[in-house]
Ligand binder design. Structure first.
Ligand SMILES: Nc1ncnc2c1ncn2[C@@H]1O[C@H](COP(=O)(O)OP(=O)(O)OP(=O)(O)O)[C@@H](O)[C@H]1O
Ligand SMILES: [Zn+2]
Length: 623
């Protein structure tokens, strides 16, 4: 029987609507590949796929549309080409691009029946959430972390949006914890990674051994309390000392100089700060000669054993050997470089030399501070911020997305669910009713309006005077914020004559208007539609499409703002995937109680998927 007949039998009248639908899939990674296959096999007629990345060797174990020969090619383009074979009649469009690019305007989003998020980062998720709210298109948001997965249906005005609940943001550590008082293996790993290597993203620091970066790691907390600023000053002094040591790179004495500085002298200096050790165990410096004698029998091949936690002597050998390998790589690069470029080596979890070095130096530091050392394998996970991705979780999550999409296509939002997948609960798949929008949400409680501008002419003054004060009746007290920060408030009048374009406002940008009067109106999100045509025929350089309703704000504080979490014992993971907790899907008691008639949760994280016995072992897809 033809596939269409099966679809009609199982989906009834919905089959036709699905075939005529036009949907957008954002992300062609772990969930995205599975979802694309599901959408095609479910007969969705037109699918647009976007992904900014190219295929990597490490994607092949789970992103099944990709093969070895596709490495370095665009994920979106390859996904389209390969998946087209499942359903040759479907219309597929692929974009090798960032969803945040200005070509993907609100008007473009509005052409889709459903948008599916299969992303791995907060920023892109937030952007799509805002665009879907502005375009009033339903969004199916999904994410996985190891064995956990979740799917959330988002519809403007009816359900919570992605930002209605607070999200955990990447953790950072106070500089003083990393530099002087580490207490966890991760503190030593962050130190080895960020202090000895330049980092690719962040702000200023120059205390690295393998080159000097203009930037600093986001893993450091730079808030200027007294303890921190003293540490930052120390960092500057040490930068100078390391600079001198760098001069001897490539010579026989290099390893000893580095070792003596970071594992002996710096530690003795730290130990001398007695106040610091009143409530903590003081660090014990290491001795180069002693370790050299103790490790004469250790082969350098020990570094290949990534499961074993190396002894201090083994760490010492790997330290010297990897330092030598890295120096040999850097030296010729430096000699060949002209004056303008300064070659550097940066940490990369997949670069064995840098990983060996970080493992060994982090472990030597851990020994000094009486912290448990870690295997190279564990160090790789922690230093590389790796969250295991599991093919089965992705596949199950992608299938749940399609089941929710059917409800969205039918307009049955009362039937749509927040669904989550977990390993240790009584059932593998659980669901919750969708919550109404949070009235204090900084995103969806805002009014939304489209602002048409001629980018060549429209100024901040045009927006403030003609639109906000004259058309929308704003008083004097309000501010304008874009992604790059505040562009106007009553004390920042210098920007008034500037063109919006020169302040980074382009097509698909958002400008948030925050009313600061005594009884403020809700925030207003202005979604920019920039078009040079708009300036033609003597039109105003800036117009608003329709006057939005701007009620007063509710008087309760806003709970959904992001929180900065510093100095915790958790890995400084730039958390890529959304966890159940982030989604407001706590795996705690509340939810277990809500799942009626099922056995008790069976342990925490240590058991395989437990299915509900009362249903004959069936996985309950939905309540
Ligand atoms: N702003 C964005 N625009 C378009 N695609 C994006 C954007 N941000 C992330 N993506 C894509 O979303 C996908 C997420 O997939 P996934 O979580 O499987 O990540 P991955 O990078 O493929 O794998 P891993 O991070 O586990 O190595 C990636 O392919 C990534 O390129
Ligand atoms: Zn919201």
């Amino acid at each position: 029987m033809a596939r269409d007949t099966y679809h009609r039998r199982s989906l009834g009248t919905l089959a036709r609507r699905i075939k005529e639908s036009r949907v957008l899939l954002v992300g062609a990674g772990g969930i995205g590949c599975e979802l694309l296959k599901n959408l095609l096999l479910s007969n969705f007629g037109e699918i647009h796929i976007i992904d900014l990345d190219t295929i990597d060797l490490s994607n092949l174990n789970r992103q099944f549309l990709f093969r070895f020969e596709h490495i370095k090619k665009s994920k979106a383009l390859v996904a389209k080409e390969v998946a087209q074979k499942f359903q040759p009649n479907a219309r597929l469009e692929a974009y090798h691009a960032n969803i945040k690019d200005s070509q993907f305007s609100v008007d473009w989003f509005a052409t889709f029946d459903i948008v599916f998020n299969a992303l791995d980062n907060l920023e892109a998720r937030r952007h799509v959430n805002r665009m879907c709210l502005a375009a009033d298109v339903p969004l199916i948001e999904s994410g996985t972390t190891g064995f956990n997965g979740q799917v959330q249906v988002i519809k403007k005005g009816l359900t919570e949006c992605y930002d209605c609940t607070s999200k955990e943001i990447p953790k950072s550590f106070p500089v003083c914890t990393i530099r002087s008082t580490p207490s966890q293996p991760i503190h030593c790993i962050v130190w080895a990674k960020s202090y000895l290597f330049p980092v690719k993203q962040g702000l200023t620091s120059s205390s690295e051994l393998f080159g000097i970066s203009d930037e600093d790691s986001g893993e450091f907390d730079h808030s200027e309390d007294a303890e921190n600023s003293a540490e930052i000053e120390n960092l500057r002094k040490e930068a100078q000392a390391l600079k001198e040591i760098r001069q001897s790179m490539g010579s026989d004495v290099f390893a000893k100089k580095v070792f003596d500085k970071v594992f002996t002298e710096d530690i003795e200096r730290l130990r001398g700060m007695e106040d610091m050790w009143k409530t903590r165990t003081p660090p014990e410096p290491l001795n180069f000669e002693k370790l050299n004698e103790e490790s004469t029998e250790v082969p350098t091949t020990i570094s290949c054993n990534d499961q074993k936690v190396w002894s201090t002597g083994e760490d010492f050998v790997v330290f010297k050997d990897s330092l030598d390998r890295l120096s040999k790589r850097l030296k010729p690069l430096q000699e060949a470089a002209n004056d303008d470029t300064k070659p550097i080596l940066v940490f990369d979890k997949d670069d064995v030399d840098t990983l060996d070095f970080v493992t060994a130096t982090a472990n030597l530091r851990a020994t000094i501070f009486k912290i448990d050392p870690k295997s190279k394998f564990d160090t790789k996970q922690m230093a590389g911020n790796i969250i295991p991705a599991i093919a089965t979780t992705n596949a199950m999550t992608a299938s749940l997305c399609v089941l929710q999409a059917f409800k969205v296509m039918k307009g049955e939002y009362d039937q749509a669910k927040m669904v989550f997948l977990e390993r240790s609960g009584a059932r593998a798949i659980n669901s919750d009713a969708l919550q109404p929008p949070n009235p204090n949400c900084p995103v969806c409680s805002s009014a939304i309006a489209r602002l048409k501008i001629d980018p060549k002419r429209a100024t901040v003054n045009d927006l403030v005077e003609q639109i906000l004060k004259m058309k929308l009746g704003y008083g004097e007290e309000f501010s304008l914020t874009t992604e790059s920060g505040i562009i106007y408030d009553p004390d920042l009048e210098d920007n008034l004559p500037k063109k919006l374009l020169d302040l980074g406002v382009k097509n698909a940008s958002f400008i948030t208007v925050i009313d600061d009067e005594d009884e403020p109106r809700v925030n207003l999100e202005l979604c920019v539609v920039a078009s040079e045509d708009h300036g033609a025929a003597g039109q105003d350089p800036i117009t608003i499409e329709s006057v939005p309703d701007l009620p007063r704000k509710p008087k309760t504080p806003t709970p959904a703002a992001s929180e900065q979490v510093n100095g915790t014992s958790e890995p400084a993971a730039a958390k890529l995937k959304r966890s159940a907790d982030e989604a407001g899907l706590s795996n705690g008691d509340d939810r277990v109680k809500r799942v009626a008639g099922v056995s008790e949760a069976n342990g925490v994280g240590s058991n395989p998927i437990v299915l509900d016995e009362s249903t004959g072992g069936a996985i309950l897809i939905d309540d």
